[in-house]
Ligand binder design. Sequence first.
Ligand SMILES: [Ca+2]
Ligand SMILES: [Ca+2]
Length: 319
Amino acid sequence: MKKNQIIATIITAVMTITAATTTAMTAFAGSATGTTAAFTEYDLEGLDPNMAETKPTLALSRIELPINVAQENPVQAIELTVTGANRKYATTGLHIGYDERLTAVADEYGDIAEIGPAGAKLMRDQKASSRNDFFLTTGAASDHGKDGVLWTMNFQLPENIEVGDEFPIEILYRNIDGTSDLFSSSRDDDASKLMQAWVFTNGIEQGYIRITEAEIEEEELPEEPIIEEEPIVEEPEEELMLGDVNGDETINATDSSCILSTYALFQTGQDVELTPAQMKAADINRDGRVDAKDATDALRYYSYLSTGGTLEFMDFLAQ
Ligand SMILES: [Ca+2]
Ligand SMILES: [Ca+2]
């Protein structure tokens, strides 16, 4: 194939990807990937998502891939893109399920997903489950989550692909005894609850890799490596101050990272590494669960103290 022809076909392929339908749907309209066991419909608890002022969409890439290109490039990048929530969110917890014929490709740190530009200002964590799904979470003291690519993840196609094969990748919703997936602002107020209700009932566009007739060639873009911060869990103590998860008598980003990591472990059905006393200290908003909202509260307070704030933690939370 001549160079001009190749360029023309690349353009066609790119247009096919971006022209994919934009029908929004619920996070659980019957799982296409079969990873249904732990997942559920979103419980609106009386909220009307249409009342939301912020109505974001979370979309996964929809890739139409000629079979010869797929055979040469069996690892494909799927992006999770946020629109309509620029600077309106911080706290997220999202499950990604994928077709069991796909293999999620981990980097040297064991991470499947890399944070994208939309999440560059957010702290984050992730965990793979023992099934064909994994969990991605973010938090921040302020709503520094932006529109754009929040996460990128790589999946390897199987060897025996055929034209017409479709490999779904989807955002799933999990809620076990109230510890749930999240998409909220750092304040977690009424507007945030409506935004989250919108996302999980109307704001999801599921993704796929679809194998099409042979022809074109496509270039892979190199990915920037991301340096992940390591959550530190120190020796537990008997009685801990609320928010001081590692027991060093201050509340700072280390506590916040511990909380986020614990949430990620729990959301992937893995053993939580904190002691009961640490769990109690980690449940900052005292709603009986340890999740990204608590991590965000700890980080907010740390930022507040670090910029001259003088209120005690309890008084700060009560503001
Ligand atoms: Ca601490
Ligand atoms: Ca909590």
